[in-house]
Design a protein around this ligand. Structure first.
Ligand code: DGJ
Length: 362
């Protein structure tokens, strides 16, 4: 009953369900065209001609006790998803950065018109070091279905200060107590940017956004997950240019999802509560590297469980079948392979602010 209620809200908000049969089922577990459970998490979508490619984290499950790499599924009808296999594979060599016990999270693939390459960006953690490496990594392929080959893995923009921070105000300070008022001031002034300036900025949860003018940006949780940073990419989409900003210092945002609507850039993020769901936040800007504004206290989600993002955590916004789709993961940390997906419409109210209702099937 409550789902029908929200489906009718979606209809009232002019949800243009241009797809034929119900493409997205937000309750039943997803299977591929071979009848196997889909294993694709924290990922994103790339459309090439009429084919949608869905890339995501492969997670250990019945077929392997370690993460194999980045998985890919394809579809032309948004209903039947074909397993394209592991398109970026870790290697069975303990001396390699991408050895099988490293961690790959939040992979995103974009197509670079200049080079003709498909470029994969992901959050990369080195084997046996938990989340401390906090790197991003780039791999490239000549085809959307791989094989993607590692180009580099590392931190962001070593030696370069963000465009919107005054350097050397808090250089050399090592805060001894966290979460105090004094500590928040230090974070705001960039104490962790200074700490990491030589080796480069931390990069954990991330996405890549390609603007209408072809400029691409890497958006990532940095500075111990306390501050988001947005870094411009070069024309090959495979490195940073050195131009970057920090936004909402100390705001503790993860899982950035970026889209453009009505000339504005929107970002939906989560708070930092590990695998547990929390209340999504939203923010906007007129320019990707300009000033970002938080829509204070408001989540784009509406309806029951909206305060917990319907049990999910955002990962990407894709245009599919004429709709903007908010993709999220319903993490099940005891078996991450079994984590489910939410695919929800992004609608806009009269003021042009994003609204995400829960729709069972659409
Ligand atoms: C939340 C992040 O969004 C996930 O990608 C993952 O890194 C977990 N934290 C790990 O606890």
């Amino acid at each position: 009953m409550k789902f029908q209620f929200f489906a009718s809200i979606a209809a009232a908000l002019c949800l243009s369900a241009n797809v034929g049969a119900a493409a997205f089922d937000n309750v039943a577990p997803m299977s591929d065209t071979d009848g196997n459970p889909v294993n694709c998490h924290g990922g994103g979508i790339l459309k090439v001609d009429s084919v949608y490619y869905w890339y995501g984290e492969h997670r250990p499950g019945h077929e392997a006790n370690y993460q194999k790499g980045v998985s890919c599924y394809s579809t032309t009808d948004l209903v039947n998803w074909k397993n394209e296999g592991i398109v970026f594979e870790k290697v069975d060599d303990p001396s390699s950065e991408i050895q099988k016990h490293c961690t790959i999270e939040r992979p995103k693939v974009v197509y670079c018109p200049k080079t003709g390459k498909y470029v994969l960006w992901f959050h990369h953690e080195l084997a046996g070091r938990g989340y401390e490496a906090a790197r991003c990594a780039v791999a490239e392929s000549d085809t959307p279905v791989g094989p993607f080959k590692l180009k580099w893995s590392g931190r962001v923009n070593p030696g370069v200060y963000p465009m919107n921070m005054e350097p050397r105000q808090v250089k050399g300070i090592v805060p001894d107590e966290w979460w105090t008022e004094e500590w928040f001031k230090l974070v705001d002034k960039g104490v962790f940017v200074e700490r990491d300036i030589d080796g480069g900025q931390m990069s954990r949860d991330m996405t890549v956004f390609v603007d209408d003018d072809g400029k691409a940006y890497h958006v990532y949780s940095s500075e111990e997950n306390l501050t988001l940073q947005i870094a411009e990419l070069n024309d090959d989409y495979n490195a940073h240019t050195g131009k970057y900003i920090r936004i909402f210092p100390g705001g503790h945002n993860e899982a950035p999802v970026v889209f453009k609507h009505g000339g504005k850039y929107w970002m939906v993020t989560s708070g930092c509560t590990g695998w547990a769901p929390n209340k999504a936040r939203m923010m906007w800007a007129d320019d990707m590297l300009g000033e970002w504004h938080m829509v204070e206290g408001k989540t784009p989600c509406i309806g029951p469980d909206a305060e917990l993002t319907f049990g999910g955590q955002g990962t990407y916004c894709a245009e599919m079948g004429g709709n903007l789709v908010f993709m999220a993961d319903k993490w099940t940390p005891k078996c991450l392979a079994g984590s489910g997906s939410l695919w929800l419409p992004i609608l806009f109210d009269r003021e042009g602010t994003p609204v995400i209702p829960f729709v069972t099937k659409w």
